[in-house]
Design a protein around this ligand. Structure first.
Ligand code: SF4
Length: 106
């Protein structure tokens, strides 16, 4: 997985699965808030850690529930929920990993 894939998944999750009213997200406590992601967007391990924290919050702080999450078809973050690289993972975010990450818009 690339930083570009991770950032695209976060963007998709925030803009089409979470913050559905299209306004600027006001949940500044979220690990995936644009103000936080902007500071770590060049560090893949920190991006994965932020997603992991978000998934733990989604699952009430229960790691086993994150592992068992069955939202692979509906949540763009699903391939990254374990906070680490997973062999053979399928992405449903269709992007070109060669694209410049500066073009990712939050
Ligand atoms: S992958 Fe699962 S646990 Fe993580 S945010 Fe999506 S629905 Fe929640």
């Amino acid at each position: 997985m690339t930083k570009k894939q991770i950032l695209e998944a976060i963007e998709r999750h925030c803009n089409t699965e979470c913050n559905l009213d299209g306004d600027v997200c006001c949940n500044v406590s979220c690990e995936l808030h644009p103000s936080k992601i902007d500071k770590i967007k060049r560090n893949k391990s920190k991006l994965l850690k932020a997603i992991r924290e978000h998934c733990l919050e989604c699952c009430g702080g229960v790691p086993r529930s994150v592992s068992a999450c069955n939202s692979s078809k509906t949540c763009a973050l699903w391939p990254f929920r374990m906070g680490q690289e997973i062999e053979g993972i399928q992405f449903h975010v269709d992007i070109n990993p060669e694209d410049d990450i500066e073009n990712v818009i939050f």
